[in-house]
Ligand binder design. Structure first.
Ligand SMILES: Cc1cc2nc3c(=O)[nH]c(=O)nc-3n(C[C@H](O)[C@H](O)[C@H](O)COP(=O)(O)O)c2cc1C
Length: 188
């Protein structure tokens, strides 16, 4: 028996990304984004949806570049802060004592302390409604060596990302490995 909840953005899991941009003066800004995800494999692309009211929106329109920083669980309060305070009013990285690094690949900053960063060039912008989707081609991915698994890919348990739950508006840890994809379903 299913109960109808109506047309709502209740998708699970939704990521907790921290999107890095520069403003017109070259000051770095970071903003938390959950309306986002991978949207193409070739070229590798990630999409983030921003409201025009955010400071980051104007930065993205003028600079056409951004980073997607993936914070680990120990930074969940910092990520929440970056989703409540605007860069218009405060230098969030300074306030949080986080280290800003200038990407040499795209015109955007990233955060040293977060284990994974995707450096993206905007290739398409789609005004959907209240949100505008920015599609970024991933020019490079950087990851802390300590978070790599034996096959040279990010080890999710070491990266320790967390998700946002729309609806009840809580953060949840991403933890346990269930099995290997494109394998465990064989012979079912
Ligand atoms: C968990 C979480 C997820 C969020 N996701 C989005 C999002 O996907 N798009 C958006 O426009 N705002 C989102 N926000 C709100 C912005 O992060 C917030 O308005 C922020 O202050 C904007 O920063 P800025 O003005 O410095 O760009 C989210 C906030 C939180 C706490």
């Amino acid at each position: 028996m299913k109960k109808s909840l109506g047309p709502k953005t209740l998708v699970y899991p939704t990521p907790v990304f921290v999107v890095g941009t520069y403003d017109q003066q070259g000051a770095p800004n970071m903003m938390t984004v959950s309306w986002g995800g991978v949207c193409c494999s070739s070229p590798p692309c990630v999409a983030v949806s921003l409201r025009e009211a955010t400071y980051s929106y104007g930065n993205l329109v003028s600079r056409k570049a951004f980073t997607v920083n993936i914070p680990s669980q120990k930074y969940f309060k910092e990520a929440d802060y970056m989703g409540m305070v605007s860069g218009r009013d405060e230098n969030k990285c300074e306030a949080l004592s986080l280290t800003v690094v200038n990407s040499t690949v795209v015109d955007a900053p990233y955060i040293q302390e977060f284990p994974v960063v995707l450096e993206c060039q905007v290739i398409q912008t789609i005004k959907i409604g209240g949100h505008t989707q920015f599609i970024g081609e991933i020019k490079d991915v950087k990851i802390e060596d300590s978070c790599l698994g034996p096959e040279g890919f990010p080890d999710v348990e070491k990266v320790a990302p967390f998700m946002f739950s729309p609806g009840d508006r809580h953060y949840y840890a991403v933890r346990q490995c269930l099995g290997k994809a494109f394998e465990v379903g064989r012979g079912k």
